[in-house]
Ligand binder design. Structure first.
Ligand code: HEC
Length: 309
């Protein structure tokens, strides 16, 4: 009895402290006067069940929600959050210049009372592709959850390919400038479509799951491979509970392949159809030998050690 009571009290205390963190964040933000009111004062109502195909599923670290449960928020409720509108000219998902209206991902965090610090947002699509928004990426690129494209809500339609404007949600940017290049891989815009779920995870845990185990210097092939895999492979290949599941081939399977069949591994990355008639993975024709070698070295670092232990 006593234990249950204490646990209840602790849960309330935890919820309160999280709520306070959210509020502190709101007040510490430098918003122009007048906008303050709209930020977070109306907390987003969360529902336990999906009520419409355009509800957005939320999962992960949600304050006040029991661990491992999911919630849903409706399109109309999202539309009540502060909206921004931009004309986008460089998003390859849009055939020509497009006007996007939606909510900054950081605004959404604030409305949910989720601390921005150490939160990585994963946007999960109807095909289990997953785009990732670490803190640093959000600060640099201002990703926006798009609610309206050229004034209209996005249709929820059956997927027939990659790219495009699948609803219920997609994510875009006012504009995207690649900040750095790792070997033959330029920093890549994370622009998923057909987004049905946002998952909020602890960034150190998610990125820790794919950090090469062991001591590798910055600039080593393993660390370069890590930077590329984090932006690229992680969208379709999962490491435990983190990362996309579109491929259904896990990080540890890739590690074993990189270790035992490095030639096949490299060839698959560069040109999947050359290795399998049924390949659905996109080709990366620009990846040169050094880039493929870095990816192989990186994934090999996860391979079970032979002999020892
Ligand atoms: C857009 C999704 C996507 C991305 C990004 C992606 N893959 Fe894949 N990958 C797949 C799919 C789907 C498969 C399953 C086989 C197929 O359809 O090609 C696959 C299969 C593979 C295989 C062959 C597995 C086997 O069983 O033989 C390798 C190797 C591989 N991926 C490596 C990578 C690496 C390394 C990266 C990052 C540089 C990467 N993939 C990025 C979707 C992706």
């Amino acid at each position: 009895m006593k234990i249950t009571w204490l646990a209840g009290l602790l849960a309330i205390a935890a919820t309160l402290s999280l709520a306070v963190t959210g509020v502190e964040k709101l007040f510490s933000q430098e918003e122009p006067a007048g906008q303050e009111k709209s930020v977070g004062q109306e907390k987003l109502p969360l529902h336990e069940k999906r009520m419409s195909p355009d509800d957005l599923k939320l999962s992960g670290e949600l304050p006040g929600v029991p661990a491992n449960s999911v919630r849903f928020v409706s399109y109309l409720e999202l539309a009540k959050l502060p909206q921004v509108t931009f004309t986008v000219t460089d998003d390859p998902n849009f055939k020509k210049k497009a006007e996007i209206t939606g909510v900054h991902l950081d605004e959404l965090l604030a409305a949910l009372g989720i601390p921005g610090k150490n939160t990585l947002i994963a946007a999960i699509c109807d095909d289990e592709y997953e785009a990732h928004y670490p803190v640093e990426y959000r600060a640099a690129h201002d990703p926006i959850l798009v609610l309206r494209l050229n004034g209209k809500q996005l249709a929820v339609s059956k997927r027939t390919g990659d790219g495009g404007i699948y609803g219920p949600y997609l994510i875009s940017h006012p504009s995207f400038t690649s900040r750095y290049r790792t070997l033959a891989h330029p920093e890549e815009a994370q622009i998923p479509n057909g987004v049905i779920e946002l998952r909020f995870v602890k960034e150190d845990l998610a990125l820790g799951a794919i950090h090469p185990p062991g001591e590798f210097a910055d600039g080593s092939p393993q660390m370069q491979g890590y930077l590329i895999a984090r932006e690229n492979c992680f969208r379709c290949h999962n490491a435990g509970p983190y990362g996309g599941r579109k491929a259904s081939v896990s990080w540890s399977s890739l590690a074993k392949m990189a270790d035992s069949k490095p030639v096949y591994f490299s060839a698959y990355i560069k040109d999947p159809p050359s290795q399998s008639a049924y390949a659905e993975m996109p080709s990366f024709p620009d990846y040169d030998d050094a880039t493929l070698a870095a990816l192989t070295a990186y994934f090999r670092a996860f391979a079970p050690e032979k002999g020892s232990k």
